[in-house]
Design a protein around this ligand. Structure first.
Ligand SMILES: Cc1cc2nc3c(=O)[nH]c(=O)nc-3n(C[C@H](O)[C@H](O)[C@H](O)COP(=O)(O)OP(=O)(O)OC[C@H]3O[C@@H](n4cnc5c(N)ncnc54)[C@H](O)[C@@H]3O)c2cc1C
Length: 473
């Protein structure tokens, strides 16, 4: 199967779902939405919008506002053998929140309270439906921030970030979501509520179930509360651009940063195709400044010293290095987060691979050959500081062609990139997860023994496959 297609969801409700809805009516405090055209948005995530095609109704949705309500919903659904799809904001890019009419979506959108902020412990306790940006806006009054920052930070939830072990731009310095989660309250598929982890920074009692649940894509339990790590807002931040004469030169320059003593908070790489696309669709002239761009954020003390070392390292390998003013810096970050300049005249297949960061140049070096072989164009941005690339394979839609039917070579090229990442010691998915869209590709990476062990873990928590079946494994 290709990296970006997903099975169509069957949207018709079953009698078992109707029985669940009837039981839930006894608890008016639990908001419930019956299958209808008004629940169509709950049918899919950002990667699986195709599931809407031909569907006239979405799935049944429960919107609990307390952990106890989540327990009740899960118990009622289990009693009727109805599978549950946990859902945050539905911004996922792997089909993890894809639902069918025979399932019940449990949305965390009403579980949106920040329960506690402890500046002295540097933690916050939050419900899963809190938006990433809302948490940061709230904790700023104590001079603190929550580090994981997927580009979707304004629209995705902490619960979804936890379930996908979301990455983002600042991972280069502060790590992915897993590095910022200390403890979780989770409702298991039988309705039991367990608390795992600890509020202390350290703690090694027993197996590390928090790490297991982070990134488990909603197949083991529903996260209803999280204790997350906060950090002091850096005393200074500076945006630095380094433009290069070619994509190859920019990709190779990453090693110069690694060899230097500087550890930027963010290192993003935009290749020539990406710069050209952004210029085409925005009022920018990035390509005029160079053929590729390392977009970097420095933070913390000694920012001038950091900048001097970074500039020396990048100029030595041909970079044109500039410390951007605050406004220009903000605009560049908005451009980077804001998309790649794709429009509805283009077929595209997105990717999310990761390789050891020293191998990034080899991925870029392979792109022209893949373009020629498959008759497509491939541009790629990279969270270069941690080796995570988002190649996007495109082809113009000819007049009269069906926009919803991209040619097979689009996905073949994307799948080939996954194989290349694996050959370079990398992985099928850097941060978006496996969901439904990458299950077959995941089998290329996981050994049978490792996959069996993971299925056994799933069975230990969810023997009747009631939680997000058909996802992740
Ligand atoms: C424009 C855009 C930019 C993006 N940029 C990034 C990026 O830089 N880095 C990155 O990692 N991702 C990125 N993403 C992908 C997506 O935003 C993340 O995967 C995000 O973590 C999903 O959060 P969500 O609240 O939308 O979760 P959903 O899409 O609703 O769900 C995602 C998965 O989590 C499960 N889930 C949700 N809530 C819970 C819960 N409380 N308990 C258990 N399971 C749960 C769901 O079942 C599903 O499997 C981007 C997406 C978009 C659209």
């Amino acid at each position: 199967m290709s990296a970006t297609t997903a099975p169509l969801a069957e949207a018709r409700p079953t009698t078992a779902v109707q029985a669940v809805l009837a039981d839930l009516e006894r608890f008016p405090e639990i908001e419930v939405r019956h299958p209808s055209e008004h629940t169509l948005d709950y049918l899919h995530d950002a990667a699986t919008r195709g599931a809407r095609a031909g569907a006239t109704a979405g799935p049944a949705v429960a919107l609990p506002s307390t952990a106890e309500q989540v327990q009740r919903i899960v118990r009622i659904a289990a009693a009727h053998g109805v599978a549950i799809v946990p859902r945050g904001a539905g911004t996922g890019l792997s089909g993890g929140a894809l639902a069918t009419g025979g399932q019940l979506v449990v949305s965390t959108e009403r579980l949106d309270r920040i329960m506690e902020v402890s500046p002295l412990d540097e933690v916050a306790v939050v419900e899963p439906g809190v938006l990433n940006a809302a948490l940061n806006a709230h904790v700023a009054q104590w001079g603190l921030f929550y580090a994981p920052d997927p580009a979707s930070y304004e629209i995705s939830t902490i619960g979804g970030n936890i379930a996908t072990n979301a990455g983002g731009l600042r991972c280069a310095k502060y790590g992915v979501t897993r590095e910022s989660i200390l403890a979780l309250d989770v409702v298991l598929p039988d309705g039991e509520l367990i608390s795992i982890g600890h509020r202390s920074i350290k703690g090694v009692t027993g197996l590390d179930l928090v790490s297991l649940f982070v990134g488990s894509e909603g197949i083991l339990g529903i996260v209803v509360r999280a204790t997350v790590r906060l950090r002091p807002i850096p005393v200074a931040r500076r945006t630095v651009t380094a433009f290069f004469d070619s994509t190859e030169a920019g990709a190779s320059a990453l090693a110069a940063i690694t060899r230097s003593p500087v550890r930027p908070a963010v290192i993003e790489f935009l290749d020539e195709r990406t710069l050209v696309n952004i210029d085409l669709h925005r009022t920018t002239a990035l390509r005029a400044r160079g053929a590729s761009l390392l977009l970097i954020e420095l933070d913390g003390y000694g920012i001038d010293e950091q900048f001097a070392d970074l500039r020396d390292a990048l100029e030595a390998v041909g970079g044109t290095v500039t410390a951007e003013g605050a406004d220009d810096g903000d605009e560049l970050w908005a451009l980077r987060r804001g998309g790649r300049g794709l429009d509805d005249k283009t077929w595209f297949a997105g990717g999310d691979i990761a390789v050891p960061k020293s191998r990034i140049p080899e991925i870029y070096a392979a792109l022209p050959g893949l373009e020629a072989r498959f008759g497509v164009e491939i541009g790629s941005v990279a969270h270069a500081g941690d080796g995570n690339l988002h190649p996007i394979v495109t082809k113009p839609i000819p007049p009269g062609a069906d926009p919803a039917s991209p040619p097979a070579e689009l996905h073949e090229a994307a799948d080939e990139l996954v194989r290349l990442a694996l050959a370079l010691g990398g992985t099928v998915s850097g941060e978006h997860g496996i969901g439904t869209v990458k299950r077959e590709l995941a089998a290329l990476e996981l050994s049978p023994r490792s996959r069996d062990a993971q299925l056994a873990v799933k069975a230990a928590f969810d023997p009747f496959e009631l939680l997000n079946p058909g996802k992740a494994l």
